[in-house]
Design a protein around this ligand. Structure first.
Ligand code: FES
Length: 141
């Protein structure tokens, strides 16, 4: 599957990962255009249904990027997100999409290089995994 270009959706907290993405841009750091960013006021806003629906809508991989643990502006939003990601990973595994397609990361607004690294890491991982089975199922029906 050499020409496969994964679609990776990144749910980014406004206070950290989203700002880190901006910084990566300002620093002219390269990261794959496969990653589409969705800005959230806090990762605590993301729920399990959101995460699963993102796969239904055609994502090959998804990640949630929140503030460093202890730094969430809404106290424990990133811990809630971490639990939801863990739960959604289990569901994805059970339904055959694969839990590995979903991850949670933590970073600060100053971590532009880390943002770019995570974007590359996720894109490469999903490229190796191939297209999401959820996408294939939707196309064949
Ligand atoms: Fe960033 Fe909550 S404000 S994860």
């Amino acid at each position: 599957m050499e020409d496969f270009e994964p679609l990776v959706i990144a749910f980014c907290c406004h206070y950290c990962a989203y700002t880190a993405a901006d910084l990566a841009g300002t620093m002219r750091l390269q990261y794959p255009s496969n990653v589409r960013i969705i800005r959230l006021p806090c990762t605590g806003k993301v729920d399990v249904r959101h995460l699963l629906e993102t796969f239904e809508k055609g994502a090959d991989g998804v990640y949630v990027a929140g503030c460093l643990e202890g730094d969430c502006h809404f106290l424990n939003g990133n811990f809630r997100a971490k639990k939801r990601v863990a739960y959604a990973k289990k569901i994805l595994e059970e339904v055959g999409i694969g839990g590995d397609r979903l991850e949670m990361y933590n970073m600060s607004a100053a971590m532009g290089p880390r943002f770019a690294e995570v974007a590359r890491e996720m894109t490469e991982k999903i490229r190796k995994l191939g297209p999401s089975p959820a996408k294939k199922a939707a196309h064949s029906s």
